[in-house]
Design a protein around this ligand. Structure first.
Ligand SMILES: [Zn+2]
Length: 383
């Protein structure tokens, strides 16, 4: 767990869940038909093989074998891949959801903003469709090119076709997240707020470095920030369909990234000062009465009220991100070595001073530092 619920406001956690539900529905609607059609083609191939040639391991060749592979290839080529209408619909829904969530997160009244899908979204869907169709064609060609083989051989070539479903799924997740974040940015712009990057719970070492970063809508986040060894510039398709370097406007930073932005109006320093002022009077009164216990209680309450009214979410997110690197939290897909190297680099930046602060400014408790140093030395984090 990288960002405990105590740091991320409950409303954002809830919105995250809504967004994931929409994303999953987009995957189901777009990729499921492709996968079902492929499954049907594969199951036809399996049954037809048994009928014509018997055992799946038997080696076959000749005219009958060629006729069989030609038919498998034809069935693969007949699988329709046209996720665009469904994906555009879900992209639109994600955009509207983003606007609505952003207004709620900023405490602003609901409003229908006029929005147009991003050009990149259409391009992304087109490119994914082309790539998925190419995978099918490639699998068909591979099967047809076989002069002899067993069903096992054919099955191996068919694995290429499976990637078609994966490509459609990846596009569904990418475009829903991109449009969701675009909607959140629309809301921020509408209310005059800035954009706060909130890393997902199991963010990678690259995305963690962006958690708590704030930019003006229209500005870009710094893709060079990472706790990892090297930062990678994000890429997207240009109008010519080529994959080119782009600036990091907002999440997703990479495929399957579920970070999000939230409109940020700044923490409430005016309220914090007002609250402190009220308590200052209480402290004065208690002092006038000579009641030391009341003075202490009022001081304590003043400090608590000030820190809660002035709760600086960006700072809290940056602190949590660094804490999570030092603890070795990471998503299962990320290797322990990546996490250890990230912790080692962060420790070096913190330095060896007794009270030396982390880059984002908080004083790292000695116990947290010692545990991280031991993990790096040992070569593994204890769970
Ligand atoms: Zn991310």
């Amino acid at each position: 767990m990288t960002a405990p619920a105590s740091v991320i406001p409950a409303v954002i956690v809830e919105h995250d869940g809504e967004a994931l539900t929409l994303e999953d529905a987009a995957v189901l609607a777009a990729a499921w038909p492709v996968r079902e059609a492929l499954k049907a083609a594969l199951s036809w191939a399996h049954v037809a093989w048994s009928k014509r040639f018997g055992a799946p391991r038997g080696l076959r060749s000749g005219e009958e074998f060629d006729a069989y592979t030609a038919e498998v290839a034809a069935r693969l080529r007949a699988v329709e891949i046209d996720p665009a209408p469904v994906l555009l619909d879900f992209a639109q829904r994600a955009r509207v959801l983003g606007v609505s969530q952003g207004l709620i997160e900023a405490g602003a009244p609901q409003q229908n903003l006029e929005v147009w899908l991003r050009e990149e979204t259409r391009r992304h869907i087109d490119e994914a469709t082309t790539s998925a169709r190419a995978k099918l064609a490639q699998a068909a060609d591979l099967v047809e090119a076989l002069n002899r083989g067993s069903f096992k051989t054919i099955n191996r070539q068919l694995a290429v076709a499976d990637q078609a479903g994966n490509l459609v799924e990846r596009a569904a997740r990418t475009v829903t997240n991109a449009e969701l974040n675009e909607g959140l940015a629309d809301a921020a712009k509408h209310i005059g707020g800035r954009l706060l990057w909130i890393a997902e719970r199991d963010a990678c070492v690259a995305c963690l470095a962006l958690s708590g970063q704030v930019v003006e809508p229209g500005d870009v986040f710094d893709w060079r920030l990472t706790f990892g060894a090297k930062a990678y510039q994000p890429k997207d398709y240009n109008t010519a369909g080529e994959l080119v370097d782009i600036e990091l406007e907002r999440p997703p930073r990479h495929p399957y990234c579920r970070c999000r932005v939230s409109p940020w109006l700044g923490h409430d320093e005016a309220t914090a000062r007002a609250v402190t002022h009220d308590w200052a009077q209480a402290i004065k009164d208690a002092q006038a009465n000579g009641d030391q216990a009341a003075v202490d209680a009022a001081r304590k309450a003043a400090a608590a009220a000030q820190s809660s009214a002035a709760f600086d979410l960006p700072a809290a997110l940056r602190r949590e991100a660094e804490r999570s690197i030092l603890r070795g939290d990471a998503l299962p897909a990320e290797s322990e070595n990546v996490r250890l190297a990230a912790a080692d680099r962060l420790l070096a930046r913190i330095g060896s001073g007794k009270n030396s602060p982390a880059p984002s400014g908080w004083r790292v408790p000695a116990s947290v530092k010692t545990r991280a140093e031991r993990a790096v030395k040992r070569g593994r984090f204890t769970r």
